[in-house]
Design a protein around this ligand. Structure first.
Ligand code: HEM
Length: 137
């Protein structure tokens, strides 16, 4: 992955961190709007959704931080992907999650979500989801 891509993603994610709970909320709203069939995969109580949102943001933060050392990140992503099979996640769901993620970043970053930043995130999510899909399906 290009150094510039990693920097763009890491810097833009720093700006999302302070609004992580709201970002998580936007993310799930977008995800279920894109595909309502995904809703039953997740816990239904508000509290459980909040903790799920935290897990997602924490994992994303770890992944973003780990981009500079992809070799160490890959085994973590593989383990995560295998657990996702048990959550009834299918390979095709990764595209939907990617679209919800980009939409969330756009909403959270506003004007700072430049085309360059968007491409960088699409690259990074593409690499992460490819690793996960290959490990699990
Ligand atoms: C880069 C992609 C993804 C990341 C970083 C991610 C992150 C996480 C994390 C950290 C957890 C907590 C449980 C664990 O560690 O095993 C989790 C659970 C879960 N994720 Fe993901 N995920 C990703 C992709 C997806 C996709 C594509 C779906 C499909 C809808 C999905 C649906 C779920 C569900 C249903 C759970 C379990 C919820 C529960 O029962 O508490 N995730 N995810």
């Amino acid at each position: 992955m290009e150094a510039k891509t990693v920097t763009l993603v890491q810097e833009s994610f720093e700006k999302v961190k302070p609004i992580a709970p709201q970002a998580a909320e936007i993310f799930y709203a977008k995800l279920f709007e894109l595909d309502p069939k995904l809703k039953p995969l997740f816990p239904s109580s508000d509290d459980a959704m909040k903790s799920q949102g935290n897990k997602l943001m924490t994992m994303l933060a770890a992944a973003v931080a780990g981009l500079s050392n992809l070799d160490a990140l890959v085994p973590v992503l593989k383990g995560l992907a295998k657990r996702h099979v048990d959550y009834n996640v299918e390979a095709s769901h990764y595209d939907t999650v990617g679209a919800a993620l980009l939409g969330t970043l756009e909403a959270g970053l506003g004007d700072e979500f430049t085309p360059e930043v968007k491409t960088a995130w699409a690259d990074v999510y593409g690499v992460m989801s490819n690793v996960m899909i290959e490990a699990a399906y």
